[in-house]
Design a protein around this ligand. Structure first.
Ligand code: SF4
Length: 139
């Protein structure tokens, strides 16, 4: 049987009680056996989009459950200060964030990518891509 490997972008998992925290559209979404908690929604459209995304993930994984090998191994995350060091640090707000620090937090959290900073240039852009690539699990 072919092994099915897939990352569910989960921030954290607990065995007892069974729960998982998903990262969807930059939001941390905890789920347990009968509840999914979504905070800070802009509107119903965003709620529908996030729920649809979660529904597809969960249904696909349910269909493939016989091939899934559960793992509670946690992966290291990029360090916010390492990300910040590679950004221009001008706080110009062209990325839509109030400061480079806020943008760095979003990048370290996986909610934004280096391409979200329009003034980031090489070699720092390449260094940041390489740094973030170290934290992507091999699939
Ligand atoms: S666009 Fe780049 S340099 Fe400007 S605030 Fe955002 S992260 Fe900082």
């Amino acid at each position: 049987m072919k092994e099915y490997r897939k990352e569910i972008r989960a921030d954290s998992c607990t065995k007892e009680p069974p729960s998982v925290t998903f990262k969807v559209h930059g939001k941390s979404i905890p789920a347990d056996h009968d509840r999914i908690l979504i905070n800070g929604l802009k509107d119903e459209g965003e709620e529908d989009k996030i729920l649809e995304c979660l529904k597809q993930e969960i249904n696909q994984d349910w269909r493939n459950r016989a091939m899934i090998k559960p793992s509670l191994e946690s992966f290291p995350k990029p360090l916010i200060l390492e990300v910040l060091k590679l950004l221009p640090r001008s706080n110009c707000q062209q990325c839509g964030q109030p400061t480079c620090m806020v943008f760095a937090i979003l990048v370290a959290d996986g909610a934004k990518g280096p391409e979200g900073c329009p003034v980031l240039q090489d070699p720092h852009g390449t260094y940041l891509e390489k740094y973030l690539a170290r934290f992507r699990p091999e699939l």
